[in-house]
Design a protein around this ligand. Structure first.
Ligand code: UGA
Length: 413
């Protein structure tokens, strides 16, 4: 079986190198010439742990191009579906890709949608689009559940594989494709597969917002929220994962998918109040750190060190990072903001041009009036705060090991 992947982003590249690792021949299509030549030279166009090694190891089986000219049996659509102003997703990249593939794909080929699309999109929009050009080409939905930073591991060791199809031939072929991974496979309809992706992300985000609500109350009551959620997570029906309270969830997926679910359902006359609440809690959570800070200092004119802007550790991705609203609020109140992040400084510079960028933790905290730790980078576990002007340290993620000699508070603890 030969595979084609459209879109050399983090989902597409992960899909490509992992299928190559499984022994399949893979062609990657992207419109970006620079990405194509990089891949063909054996260099990954985006950073993801373990990806470079897999590309180098399997370079014989991987080829990148910008040409839609197919001999492959299965074509995976892995292009982005960013949020629009109204919360709904922008479908144009998926539509372009599906149309281009439909024009060229071989007879009896399968177009597999990996991009996250609102439930019903494939059945109602993409399938008719394909059939306008080709009657004997099938469409399938195969959502991804990859965490950024762990994408290679997650692809090769999945909890489950969801295959949404409308015919047995496609289901059998895709099942065979994934067989080497020895993971449980669930066969569904096209729309069920799309909904599984949204429902999974919404439930994970719900766990986080729920933990933040419990955490906020625990703080008021003087109860240790982390020990509470440890106890809660010991129930196998709940599981211990995604129960860490903090400044909330960021990234390119949870906020976008929940907004799309809310906006899409509302358009259909059903308001998802739980989704609305999850998002509202997440929007309010970062600003709680400002309220805590205010207890100690008048923010105006003070130097505040902000440690971490990546939406989670081990990535340079700052999309929807909870540090962004915190920095905006600090600036609005007239603070001098000093930022340090081990990987995400270049991306931060694209958003903020009027804050101080520091090369390391020490530079950021020297003579600072307060320090906010907002991403749980390993190197923030042990910090020497002795050079701060006043040693006020507030954490948005629980990571600090040594709290001696400082005035310390956590957002929910
Ligand atoms: C998430 C899902 O975990 C993946 O399964 C999914 O495939 C992906 O979205 C997607 O839709 O493509 P990702 O956005 O990479 O993956 O990041 P996560 O590791 O899930 O973290 C998301 C956010 O939640 C981070 O800001 C993290 O700090 C926060 N979080 C996570 C918490 O605040 N508390 C927790 O207990 C866990």
């Amino acid at each position: 079986m030969n595979i084609c992947v459209v879109g050399a982003g983090y989902v597409g590249m992960t899909t490509a190198v992992c299928f190559a690792e499984m022994g399949y021949k893979v062609r990657i299509i992207d419109i970006d010439e620079k990405k194509i030549s990089k891949i063909n030279e054996g260099k990954i166009p985006i950073y993801e742990e373990g990806m470079q090694e897999l590309l180098e190891k399997n370079i014989e089986r991987i080829k990148a191009t910008n040409e839609y000219d197919f001999s492959e049996d299965i074509v995976f659509i892995c292009v982005g579906t960013p949020s629009k102003e109204d919360g709904k997703i922008e479908l144009k990249y998926v539509l372009d890709a599906v149309e281009n593939v439909s024009l060229k794909i071989r007879d009896k080929g399968i177009i597999v949608i990996k991009s996250t699309v609102f439930p019903g999109t494939t059945e109602k929009i993409l399938k008719p689009l394909i059939q306008k050009y080709r009657k004997n080409v099938s469409v399938a939905v195969n959502p991804e559940f990859l965490r950024e930073g762990k994408a290679i591991y997650d692809f090769l060791n999945p909890d489950r594989i969801i295959i949404g199809t409308d015919n047995k031939r496609s289901a059998d072929l895709l099942k065979k494709l994934y067989e080497p991974l020895k993971a449980p496979i669930l066969l569904t309809t096209l729309s069920e597969a799309e909904m599984i992706k949204y429902a999974s992300n919404a439930l994970l985000a719900a766990k986080i917002s729920f933990s933040n609500e419990i955490g906020n109350l625990c703080k008021i009551l003087g109860i240790d929220a982390y020990n509470v959620m440890k106890g809660v997570g010991m129930d196998h029906r709940i599981s211990p994962h995604f129960l860490n309270s903090g400044i909330g969830f960021g990234g390119s997926c949870f906020p976008k998918d929940l907004k799309a679910l809310y906006a899409g359902s509302k358009e259909m006359g059903y308001e998802m109040n739980l989704i609305k609440a999850i998002l509202k809690i997440n929007d309010k959570q970062p600003l709680r750190i400002i309220k805590i800070l205010e207890k100690y200092i008048e923010i105006e004119g003070k130097t505040i060190a902000v440690l971490g802007i990546a939406f989670k550790p081990n990535t340079d991705d700052i999309r929807e990072s909870r540090s962004i609203p915190v920095i905006h609020e600090l600036k609005r109140r007239g603070a001098i903001v000093r930022l340090y992040d081990p990987m995400a400084m270049e991306n931060a510079k694209k958003i903020f041009d009027d804050i101080e960028y520091c090369d390391n933790v020490d530079e950021a905290i020297e003579n600072a009036d307060a320090c906010l730790i907002l991403t749980e980078w390993k190197e923030f576990e042990k910090i020497d705060f002795s050079k701060m002007r006043s040693k006020i340290v507030i954490e948005g993620r629980r990571i600090l090991k040594n709290r001696e000699g400082i005035i310390y508070e956590g957002i929910c603890w």
